[in-house]
Every structure is written in structure tokens, then in C-alpha cells.
Design a protein around this ligand. Sequence first.
Ligand code: ASP
Length: 436
Amino acid sequence: MNTIVTKFGGSSLADAEQFRKVKNIIISNNARKYVIPSAPGKRTSKDSKITDLLYLCYAHINTGISLDDVFDHIKNRYIDIVTDLKLNLDIRPYLDTIKRDLENGASSDYAASRGEYLNAIILSNYLGFEFIDAKDVIIFNNDSCLNYDETLKLLKEKLSSFDRVVIPGFYGSDKDGNIITFSRGGSDVTGALVTASLNADLYENWTDVSGFLMADPRIISNPKPISTITYTELRELSYMGASVLHEEAIFPVRNAGIPINIRNTNRPKDKGTFIIKDPLNDDSQTITGIAGKKNFTVISITKALMNSELGFCRKILSILEQHNISFENMPSGIDTVCLVISDSQLKNKTSLIVEEIKRTCNPDTIEVHPNMALIATVGKGMAKQKGVASKIFTALSEADVNIRMIDQGSSEINILVGIENNNFEKAITAIYNSFN
Ligand code: ASP
């Protein structure tokens, strides 16, 4: 392998000890030439992330409170790292400039981005790699959306002159030079962009878990690790709540067909999970993972001859659109249609929506089922294998879980069931056990 892009998350760079682990990982493979650091994360569960503290500094300034205490805390964390690593680098002037900028009205994005900026300066010094500021290579349009083409062009140009580079994650700048950040966790996106621009062989995303697990370890004790997963499967699982990677990090590398490897900085020998484009020809694995989300409301509508009434669903959907509500799912039968909507979208608008549907569509019946959960069982193998659905439904029935809704995505890699919130953990356990 010639070129590997490595991204290290906040817990991988939380203190000097973690920086040492990162250096060992990088020097152990000559192909690890491009490094994208996050800001220092939590050292213990009670600790604070630097990014959170920087947002707090910005909030202090905007409410007229002195930022001295919070900023000193940030300053000490960086000074401790530099001192402990015995670097020939004076980080204080950088910190002083940032404090001055904040006091002079710098933006919230600027504030948040400085965690990555400082960490990249320290890491480039520690590794002896070139520092390239993300503001010069990651470009946003003036509406704060990423300018993908311009970014890829600039990354290609700049990176071609250097062999080993550190680029801070999470931010870039717009055409006027203002610092703009991605949404939280966005260093993953920076890493993906760098990977795509170089057409690298691999994107390694180093974090504090050894890849994805088949189910949430808070529900299943010691779930099996997932060794390979396709981009499509991952998308289905992460949309249902399983998350290790920023959603937008997938697209740049997927388009280029480059695999991502999720690795654990604290257990570098673990192979982690490979996210790949094309399914392996491996029949041993029927399902890849199980994930789910609670708190949905299902609005179930029936009307005789619904299937022949032109524009029926369009009318329902335009009611949702007018209220700015997006729906999660819409299973339908010949005379029925269900709207599955997250409670966070519906807020308190359920009765309003129901009334409008009654008025506009004149249904025979309309029922509201609150407190519903969705569980997705995902696996590329299921399209070719018999009995997967039956196994899921038998497991749920034996666990005394009533299935209220079933949907199989058109991609045939996902079977979705709707159940009541209070059966959520029981249902995941039953499905997991039936496949393991
Ligand atoms: N430091 C940022 C955050 O905490 C970005 C990142 O870690 O990727 O969200």
C-alpha cells in the first residue's frame, strides 16, 4: 500500500500519552503520510472536550462574562501536552492570538475550529510533518455549504508538493476567508476529502473502539465485531442510530471506491472494521448488524379504492411539507398508507396534521399510534437467502413482541419492524440471539 490517510479522533489525542500512541501508529507504517487530527477530547468520563470549552468561551464573550477561567483551562491542556512531549515549540503565542481574536468578536465557528488548529500544529511538530492549514484547502461557499470541486482541486495542488502532512480537521474557510466548520464530528469529513483528493489506497479512521459491533453494547453484552461492511449497509445502520463515523464522511470516499478502516488507537493490533464498496463473496454472514431508534408516531390512514385515487399520497405529503415535517418511512397497502414520523419532527403538531389530512383527503379511518420504535436488521446476504424474515419474526413472536409494522427496503438489505417503545431492548436481544 502506498498512501494511507489517517484521521485521529479527540480521544486519540486527548493528552501527551495519546500523542505517543499516535506517533507509534504513524511510524509503524511508512504509507501513513497524511494525518488529520481532531481537537483533544475527554481524558476521563468527567473531563471536557476542548471543542466544547471553545464554544463556551464564545458564549461567555457574547453574554459579557470574562473568558479568562475557561481559556486558562484550555491553555493549560495544550501547554501540558507540549511540555510532556518535550517539544521545541512555544504554543503560548498561538493561544494569545486566539484569545485576542475571541475578545475582538471572532465567530463561533472560528472559536470551535481552534481546537483542531492547535492540535495540528503540535502534531506536525511532534511528527516532523508539514503543517497545512485547513482554511487554505477546505473551501465553503458563502452559504456555508462545502465547495466540493474547489476543495478537491486545492487539496490536490497543495498536497502534491509535500510528502508528509498534517491538516487540522473540522473546518475550512469561505471565499472571504471566514472560518467555517462542518457539523460536530466533522474531522471525519476532512479526512475523507483528503483521501479522495489523493486517491489514496485507504482511509484509516482511528478512534477509541475497534470498529463497529453487530448491536449496541448497552443492550447486548459483548456483541460480535463487524469485520467488513459495505457503504450501503453502513448507511442503513447509521441512519438507524449506530454511529461511529460522521455521515458526510462516507460520500467522498465511496465515490472514489476507497475503503475506510475504523481502528482503535488504544488497541492498534485489532484489525477494526473495513467499510468497502462491493460486497465480499462471503456467504457465512447473513446479517451484518441490528440498530434501531425509539420515539416515532405512526399515522395510519385507510380509504377504500385508495390505489386508484390519483394524487392521494401527494396530498398527504404536501401537508407534511407545509408544516416542515420530514417522514421516516411510508409503508403502504392497496387501501392503506402509514406515515412513520419521528417525534422530534412532529413536535406537538399531531392533531393539526390529522385534522388537515381528514379535511383534505377524506379518509375512511385515520389512527394515531404513538410511542413506536423502529428496528432495522441489515445484511447484504439477506437478498439471496431464504428464511431471514421468518427468523426475525419467529424470534420476536417467541419473545412476546407484537410487530406493528413491517417494511423491507427496496435495496433488499434491510428488514424494518415497528414495535412499541417498551419492547425495544427485548426485540433487539431476540433478533441478535436468533442469528448468533
Ligand atoms: N472537535 C470537533 C467535535 O468535537 C470535531 C471532531 O472531533 O471531529 O465535534
